[in-house]
Design a protein around this ligand. Sequence first.
Ligand code: F6P
Length: 361
Amino acid sequence: MGDSKRIGILTSGGDCAGLNAVLRAVVHRAAGLGWTVLGVEHGTHGLMESPPAARALNLADFDGSVMRRGGTILGSSNFGNPFAFPQLDGDDLDRSDEVIAGYRALGLDALIGIGGDGSLSILNKLAQKGDLNLVCIPKTIDNDVGVTELSVGYDTAVQVATDALDMLQPTAASHDRVMILEVMGRDAGHIALVAGIAGGADVILIPEIPYRIEHVVRKIRRVQEAGRRFALVVVAEAVPNESGNKIVQKYAGGRSAYSGIGHLLGDRLAETTRAEVRVTVLGHVQRGAAPDARDRLMASVFGVHAVDLIAEGQFGRVVVWRDRQVLDLPIEEVVSEPALVDLDGPVVRTARGLGICLGDA
Ligand code: F6P
């Protein structure tokens, strides 16, 4: 099967469950072809270093426990676009040439980049600038990478959010409370919608569907009038407040992330219903769990297919999952549009059919 190759692999963007399982799959498939795999540390940051921060990944590194663990043994980073890398003085510096030099210094025949749509766009730009042989694997708990029905990490995050609802329901019922669960997902409502259905939520608010607080209040009153004195509400982190502004938490160093709508909603519902309201912001526990079976499967399918693409000399492609098949498409096509919740799709229809309030009626 062809010449021996030396391939690099990196994990970029926010971590999620299943990244280590991708690494394992790539190393297993590459070993079967007699290739060497170099794991680059902390995404493109590792390639910027001189010498590049990378280490050989061998079958012996995957003793059976690694693929079961959350996180990434290579480390990752969700800031520091090499084309505009933030400097201490506040300015940005184009460090893309350093990344390209790192690829060359490692003597790579190809690079596998595992990332969400932001990372994949940046990697594609680097590949085009430096003529790098790039193949990408989609990962993100948000499941917003275009075209692919699944990205690594999403299924586990949905399970964590569903488990959280399972654990909030007893307190909701015991104390006659409205329990609000704020979940991640960036600008997409996939986690909220699916976990909300699976976890028996009465109200699910997602960024794709504008809501009115009156509808939410009415739903909770109806639940109460029907004799159930508690309710479960799921809200996606990028749902805006009533003035249409998304709520952002600012962190030291100038970075920020969505967070806070759960508490605002909680205050409004406490004002407008007689119920006692409590809010849980689920946060990063959605990213750190052990990957579930589906994420391990997707990680394995994508890892093997990515190596096979390199063996065939096909680059500039992302592996995707569609209609029970693994396919690969040009990176530009996959990142051109995020995959938001399909408002006419079966999941939204199901939520409405179950009588779940989506905030718009
Ligand atoms: O994209 C994954 C994600 O977990 C989003 O759901 C969330 O908005 C964001 O990353 C959080 O980023 P950070 O880890 O920087 O807080």
